[in-house]
Design a protein around this ligand. Sequence first.
Ligand code: GLU
Length: 470
Amino acid sequence: MSAPRFRFAPSPTGIFHIGGARTALMNWALAKRLGGTFVLRIEDTDEARNRPEWTEGIIDALAWIGISRDDPTFEGPYFQSAYADQHVAAAQRLFDAGHAYYCDMTSDEIQQRAAAEGTQGYGGWSRDRGLGPGPGRVLRFRVPAGTTVVHDAVRGEVTFDNAVIEDFVLLRGNGSPMFLLANVVDDLTMGITHVIRAEEHLPNTPKQQMIWEALGHAVPQWAHVPVLVNEQRKKISKRRDKVALESFRAEGYVAEAMVNYLMTLGWSPRGGEEIVPWQVVEDEFRLEDVNLSPAFFDLKKLAAFNAEYLRRMTPEQFADAAEPWLEQWRAAHPDCAWDQHRFLTMVPVIQPRVSTLAEAPGVVDFLFLPHPQFDEASLAKALATDEAAGIVADSIAAFTTCDWTCDAINAAFAAVAEQHGLKLGKAQAPVRVAVSGRMVGPPLFESLEVLGRDETLRRLRALPDGVRVP
Ligand code: GLU
C-alpha cells in the first residue's frame, strides 16, 4: 500500500480557529506515525474573503503548533483557486457520463413549484429536459435512488437516505465550481487517502461520496471529529467565544500546552496521564478512539495545563519564554529599574503562581518599580489596624541590623511578630503592603532579600501619610 496522504483544508477567514488547530494536529499526528504526508490546501475560492496575509497567518499558526512547512512530512500550500479548470473539467465528465444535468430554474421558480407540490427544496425537475450549458444554468448532480453508506473512522457506518438529498449544484450559473465539487476534485487529484475534518461537514459527505464514485474512484477514509462546545454546551463560535489560536498565544499560552490540551479534547492517551509529550500523541493517537460526544473546550482546564507546562520549565526556559511579555512591561514602565539577575532569582517563585506568561511581570513588578503601586483596598485592610504602625516600626528596627538573607530576615521578623502576639502570616500584611502595594504576592522574605535592605527600609519609612491611623 502506498503511503497515506492526509490534508488540512482551511478556508481563510482571518482567524485561525482552535478547532482547526485540533483537526490539523490530528492529521499531523497520523501523517507522522504512518509515514504519510500532510497536505495543506488553502480553500480560497471565495474571492471576497481572501487575503494573502490570511494564508501567512495559517502557515504561521501551524508552525507555532509544530506543523512546520520545513518538515518533510509537509506538502503545500496548494491554493484551490489555482485548480478551477480541473474542477470544471470534472464537472464536464460528470455531465458527459449522465451523472449531472443543467437546470435553468431560478430559486423563485423552485420555491413556487415546491409550494405547489407540497414538497421542500428542488425536486429534480430538469432531470429529463436535456438542457445544455448556458448562461444562468447551474449544473446539478443526479442523486441516485437508494442509500449512501459512509464509513467513518470515528462514527462507524452512517447511512443516508438519498431520497432526502436533493440534486445538488456542482457549477453555479456563472460556471464557477461549488465547494462540494472543488473539495472532492482536489482531494482526488492530490491523492488524498484520509479526510479528517470537523463534524459539521458530515452532511456534505454522502454528496461528496457520490461525486467520488461517479468519477470512478474509491472513496477516502472519512473521519468527522466532534465539535467543540463552550460551558453552556453550545458550539464554540467566533462571535461568542475566544476561539482564535492567536489570542491564546498572545496571552502567553505555550504551544506545547495548547497542543497537548487540544489533543485531549475527545481523546486521551492510554496511560491515564493527560499531560504528555507530543511523541506520545504521535504514537498513540487513533481515530477509532476519538469520543463521539461534543468535547468541552474548558478554559480553566487549558489554563491548568499551561500552568503545569510553565512549572515544568527550568528557570532559564521560563525567563526566555516570558521575555516578550517582560519586554512589553519594561517598555510600558520606562522608569523601572529592571535587573535581570534579580528577576532570575525570583523565577522559581513566579512559576507556581501564574497560568500564563503574560501574568509573569505582574507578580514581581513591585521589585523594579520606583514605588509600589498601592492598591487602596489593601492599604485600608493591612495598615488600618491597631498593630500595623508598631509592626512597621519594629520591622524597620529589626531589618536595619539583621543579616540580609531570606532566612535571617524571616527570623528577625518572626521575633517582631511574636512581640506583637501575632502569627507570622497575619503580621506580614502591613510589611507586604508597604513594600509591594498589595496583599497578595510572592513569598515575602524572598522578595525582601531581592529588593535589598536599603529599598525595603525606604519603602517601610515612606508609607503614605495617614495610613497608620485607623
Ligand atoms: N474548507 C473547509 C472548511 O474550512 C474544509 C473542508 C474539508 O476539510 O473538507 O471548513
